[in-house]
Design a binder for this molecule. Structure first.
Ligand SMILES: NC(=O)c1ccc[n+]([C@@H]2O[C@H](COP(=O)([O-])OP(=O)(O)OC[C@H]3O[C@@H](n4cnc5c(N)ncnc54)[C@H](O)[C@@H]3O)[C@@H](O)[C@H]2O)c1
Length: 359
């Protein structure tokens, strides 16, 4: 299967490496406005460089386009690529506005192509174990959850490119970093109905927020507290999700949420509990998430099914971030639409643990 990458900056390297690792997948074209950035892909992969997107899209051999440009540019690029019949892997966030996200989803439906959004944390070994626990309903009814992202990003991180930290093209810690955790929270907790949040820009010279704290109410009645920041001294301190149920408590955590730090469940004996914890510890990273996303896209095309992280799921995470922003701006709770659960977006009726994971 032939791939192209649009936007040859930081994250493009992960896509290219992942494509290289998959037998039968080839990176045949790259596009960037800055010709020098494409040179490594020409030299190492034999990819053809294009500075004009449409010229690249006319190449009939390309089947999948990975969109790795600044977030505010995803929609226009996705729409054009979809018109040329290319399947789409769009970096997170799917877009910066709901209107843009809808345009991408409509373009994929109208042109009958597959659309995946890059939320690679879905494939982490610890997350797969938590999925298993949630699907077996081992925790019973869920009372609440706690989602923490306390990381460090220096000013130099934001100064790398003019688009970083802007409201139009990047957003702050919620849109850029914690959106992965909000995506996970949605996959564990279901649909949100209400959000109330506060945010500030404390330590960085950027337009968007570097600290955000908020509360979510879910359709089930469960609540979650979310706290995300890039202000933590001197390095990444923690990334965690804790779920509190009537029959158990589970925490996935560590500086990068790779481990099962707490697992106390009524129905699990010591041996079962240790095996959950130790299986994750044996291989906390697993196969790189970008490779999982790309393998999943190849199979979704072959099997004519939705990718694991569909466009609609990407939009739900975006919608939650935007509700946080609106709440902080208006200083009042924001009500979200009911009834659009993640599993409604699963026409193949594949449960999360049934979904194929590549080892
Ligand atoms: N999934 C993840 O974990 C993850 C991690 C980092 C970044 N991202 C996302 O990936 C995207 C890119 O981030 P990055 O850090 O690689 O940015 P970057 O600034 O390093 O790279 C972006 C590249 O896009 C090019 N570009 C901009 N507009 C273009 C256009 N219209 N056509 C062609 N090329 C264009 C730029 O020249 C640049 O080379 C963002 O949406 C970001 O949120 C995702």
């Amino acid at each position: 299967m032939n791939f192209a990458i649009v936007g040859c900056g930081f994250i493009a390297k992960k896509h290219a490496n992942a494509i290289r690792n998959i037998e039968g997948a080839n990176l045949i074209a790259v596009c960037d406005r800055v010709p020098e950035l494409m040179e490594p892909y020409v030299d190492e992969y034999g990819a053809t460089p294009y500075t004009e997107l449409e010229e690249m899209l006319m190449n009939h051999k390309i089947e999948v386009v990975c969109i790795c440009t600044p977030s505010g540019t995803h929609a226009a690029i996705a729409e054009l690529a979809a018109q040329y019949g290319k399947h789409l892997i769009v970096e997170k966030p799917i877009a910066m506005t709901l209107e843009e996200a809808d345009r991408i989803i409509s373009a994929s439906e109208d042109n009958d192509i597959k659309l995946a959004v890059v939320h690679p944390n879905r494939f982490r070994p610890v997350v797969l174990k938590l999925n298993e626990i949630m699907e077996k309903k081992l925790l019973g009814s869920i009372s609440h959850a706690l989602c923490l992202v306390n990381w460090n990003r220096g000013q130099e991180y934001y100064d790398q490119s003019p688009w970083r930290g802007t409201k139009e093209h990047d957003g702050g810690v919620l849109m850029n970093q914690a959106i992965h955790n909000l995506d996970l929270l949605l996959s564990f907790m279901g649909s949100p109905t209400e959000v109330f949040s506060m945010e500030e820009t404390r330590f960085h010279d950027i337009e968007a927020e570097d600290i955000s704290t908020g509360i979510i109410r879910f359709e089930s009645g469960a609540l979650a507290t979310v706290q995300a920041s890039t202000n933590v001294y001197p390095k990444n301190y923690e990334e965690s999700i804790t779920i509190f149920g009537e029959k158990g408590t589970v925490k996935i955590g560590g500086p990068n949420a790779l481990y099962m730090e707490t697992l106390v469940v009524e129905g699990l004996d010591d041996t079962e509990t240790e095996s959950y914890i130790n299986e994750v510890k044996a291989d906390p990273l697993g196969m790189p998430g970008h490779e999982q996303i790309i393998r999943d896209m190849i199979d979704a095309i072959k099997e004519d099914r939705q990718p694991v992280v569909s466009g609609k799921e990407g939009k739900q995470a975006l919608e939650l971030v935007l509700a946080f922003y609106e709440s902080a701006e208006k200083n009042k709770p924001i009500t979200l639409c009911k009834g659009d659960t993640l599993h409604d977006d699963n026409p193949n009726n594949i449960t999360r643990t049934d979904r194929k994971i590549y080892i």
